[in-house]
Design a protein around this ligand. Structure first.
Ligand SMILES: [Mn+2]
Length: 310
């Protein structure tokens, strides 16, 4: 059982995915607070060295490290839809906590609830089920993930459960205003510049149902935007009345092509990206192409999306 594994461990590594978002890091931070109650060593690990500074309001943000400890004997991963997302390869017992439909249960123990709107919801349910007391820091961390993955309580997946969890977390000390400020109001100049540039070059296909964006490396350099800031533009495109799916291709600074697909839910983004080595959710999914004929691969993705409209 996951709790037995945690109890017997001496040094637990909490793993957030590459380029972490508020859901992954918020889940790990809540767990960090919980584990502090035991006399164990804890490491908050992320393979990426360039962490989105808009997450700096989360407790334990300054504890993040990209050095995997030698003496670790247990790992817990948060919001990682596949083993590849951990960015490391270690043969240690692993608890996989997640909500992606594409999750293939890669852990020793898997706490995966695909009906949850965020991984922080899965963590919250785990705390409640095990009568683990949620303090203010934990509530804030869980709330941040809930707000981010529900697109500030606007995603179609929002349910009575989402709002009742929000209610409970605010009562437990989560600061709504702080989360809104850091996750939604603090936009960088670069993110606005990339938005302008991309909206101008957006291609509309299939009677305006499909929006396509291309980000060459030169545009990233010109605007100073990062990959996460580019992806926000895809969300904006989905707000156009005729658009049912929006896809962005980003030339990755470290090589390869990153693709991110958002849909209105009538087309399964996770299924399409699954054909190309990726995964995610019905409404949003992505993949990273390392090699191959990128033009041809993107062309066949586009065909698949168009087929979904029929
Ligand atoms: Mn998530």
């Amino acid at each position: 059982m996951p709790l037995t594994l945690i109890d017997s461990a001496r040094h637990i590594v909490l793993i957030v995915h590459k380029n972490p978002d508020a859901d992954s890091l918020g889940s790990a931070c809540a767990f960090y607070s919980y584990l502090l109650r035991s006399q164990k060593k804890i490491t908050l690990f992320c393979v990426s060295d360039n962490i989105n500074q808009n997450l700096a309001f989360l407790p334990w943000f300054d504890k993040l490290s990209n050095r995997f400890p030698e003496d670790a004997d247990c790992m817990v991963s948060f919001d990682c839809g596949s083993y590849e997302r951990l960015g490391i390869n270690k043969s240690l017992p692993l608890i996989n906590i997640d909500h992606h439909i594409s999750n293939d249960d890669f852990g020793t123990y898997n706490i995966v609830d695909t009906s949850a709107i965020s991984t922080t919801e899965v963590v919250y349910d785990f705390f409640v089920a095990n009568s683990i007391k949620i303090n203010g820091k934990m509530a804030l961390s869980l709330y941040a993930g809930l707000m981010d993955d529900s697109k500030c309580f606007s995603a179609p997946k929002c349910s009575a459960k989402t709002f009742s969890m929000a209610h409970d977390l605010i009562e437990l000390g989560a600061e709504h205003a702080l989360c809104i400020e850091w996750l939604y109001h603090r936009r960088s100049l670069a993110s606005l510049r990339i938005r302008g540039a991309l909206m101008k070059q957006m291609k509309l296909l299939a009677d305006g149902q499909l929006a396509l964006f291309e980000v060459p490396l030169s545009l990233l350099e010109e605007t100073g935007a990062d990959v996460a800031e580019c992806k926000r533009v895809v969300e904006d495109a989905l707000g156009i009345r005729s658009v049912r799916a929006a896809m962005i291709q980003i030339e990755h600074p470290r090589g390869g092509l990153k693709l991110s697909l958002r849909t209105d839910g009538t087309i399964d983004a996770s299924k399409i990206m699954g054909h190309f080595g990726g995964g995610g959710h019905v409404h949003r999914a992505g993949t990273h192409l390392e090699q191959g004929n990128f033009v041809e691969l993107v062309e066949s993705m586009t065909m698949m999306i168009k087929k979904g409209f029929e």
